[in-house]
Every structure is written in C-alpha cells, then in structure tokens.
Design a protein around this ligand. Sequence first.
Ligand SMILES: O=C(O)CCC(=O)C(=O)O
Length: 346
Amino acid sequence: MSTPTPALLPDEGMARVRRKKDFRHMERVDGRMLNNLQDLELHANVFSPDEQAKIVACVLDLQDQGRRGRLRERTYSEPRKWMRGKGRATIQFGCCYNYAADRDGNPPGIVRDEAVDPLPPLLAAMARRLVLWRVLPPSCVPDSCIVNVYDVDDCIPPHVDHHDFLRPFCTASFLAEAPILFGRDMRAVAPGEFSAAASIPLPVGSVLVLNGNGADVAKHCVPAVPAKRISITFRKMDASKVPYGFRPDPLLQSLAAAAVRPAMTAASAPPNRAAWEQSNGEAAKHATPQAQRQQPAAPLYQAAAAVRAGQTQSQSPGGGVPFSLSTDEFPALGASPASGRRPGRR
Ligand SMILES: O=C(O)CCC(=O)C(=O)O
C-alpha cells in the first residue's frame, strides 16, 4: 500500500524561511567602536520561486502601466539614463517620497499633499505576509512601498532612509542576486561603484530588515547591478507624516490594529480580503476602505473554503497576469506562529 502524500502543513511556507541576525562589522564612530550592522536581519526564502515569478510579472506590468501614463502622477518615475549608475525606475505606492528637494521646494521626505496610487493587492498581500511571518514586527505593518526596477548598471546611491518612516523597514529582492553595501562613510569610486565597509549578498526571494545601527548609523547602497533586478522596500509611515487624505488598506490596517490588542485568537483575527468579499457579496469588491471597515469580519474557515473551491486566482492590477500569493492566516500575536491558506484578491 502506498503512503499517502502528507497534506501541506499550514505553516510549511513559514518553516522554509532561513533567518540570519548575527551580522557584524565594527567601525569607529565618534571615537567609539560600533557594530554598524547591528540589528540587520536577512530572511531568505520568504517568497517561493513561483511567487517570485508572479511578483516580478506584476511589477513589470505595473511598470508598463506607468510608462503608458496609467498610474497616478508621481507614482511612476523613470529618469533619463545619462550615465552608468543613473536610471533606476521607481514605482511608489502609499506615499510620494522625495529623495531630494523637488522643484516645488518640497524638502526630502514624504510629500503630504501629493497622492500616489495605493498599494496594489499583491503588494499588500506581501506586506501582510511580512508581519504574519515575523519578518517585520506588528508595530511596523507597512502602509507604503517603493519598487525599484534596476536595469543592468543601475544603482541606488548611499543613503539612510528618511525618518518619516518607522524602523524597522525592509527590502525584498527579485530577479537577480546583488550585494547591498553598508558603511558609515561611503565614497563613489567610479560611476555606480562605491567603497564600503561591508557587503551582504541579497538572494532572490529574500527580505533584508533594516533597524538600529544598520538602518541609522551606516548608510547603505546597491552598486551598479550586473543583471536586471527588482527590489520592493516596504515601510510604515510616521503617523504625523501620512499624506493628507491617505486611505489605508483595510486588511493591513486591521493587522496593525490587532497588534495593539493583547491576545489575538483565530476567532478575532482580521479576515483576509477574499473571505471578506465572499461573505459580503459582489458589492464588497468595490467598497471603499471605510465601508470595508464597517463590515463584520468573515470567519477564517470561509477563506479556507474559498481556496478549496479554487477561488485563489485573481488578476494583477494590470489585468493580464494571474497571481495567488499563498495564504496566511493570522496567528495569535505573542503565541507560536501559525499560518494557513489565503486566496488571492483583486
Ligand atoms: O534595492 C535594494 O535592495 C535597496 C533599496 C533601498 O535602499 C531603498 O529603496 O531605499
């Protein structure tokens, strides 16, 4: 008699994650020796090869929409490539962020009176996983992200992320492995090349979490990449810097709200969007975030039922690429992690 194939365990996906938290590089800062890489964490295998393919397809589709002018102004930006190292395309969701003062006189940071597109559903699902899988803490449920699309030789120069965003934040890597460099002082040694104290390879499907000295004492950069690469940096905005009229993603918001409740159980967990839509009918798909918040939560078993019924596929924001990020059930905060299946969503 043949042995039956074991069912996929609910937390099997999370179990594949490999976490490295012991980065170390001592540098003298203001006369004191400091570990500049302290509090960095590299979480490998957060996204499976299949999920990576869907995420990349979604990003390329979004880039295509950006190039056609179909995304809200300042969501998509693609500078003219005038020399090696210059030209990385960016897609901003949740908030418009200025790396430097802009021509309207806005200083670096979040531009509060500029609206960009909200997080697309697949990217919101990724953000949700980062919290459910203990990559980011529940105090930092991302509400914004910046997608970097690097062509060969594009780079991101040395910088410290603006304090309009909370710590920790993180960056997920796709398409090609590349090193990220860290150091208190970094110098350009050639176009797109920088001298740095430390280098960490970023495997595809991994997420690097930046916190503490690694986020605030050391600068970081990605030098000119040898192959096309995509990264997605997820960050939570400081509450006092959120754009005027900002409408949070309801599921990410409920995840953040759950973080301040003392004990989360499956019964009180925020539902996933598909389950919520399923229990609230067709109109729910088009409801505003406010309306969604006013609706009662759908029980988690409905989500599982939706998956069993094969309702896990939805379309990317561009309409052409199906995706279904594997599902994540909300675990009890402070209890041992658990995850389950979650349908994709529109
Ligand atoms: O591409 C990366 O991995 C780093 C991105 C980054 O530093 C940023 O978006 O601020």
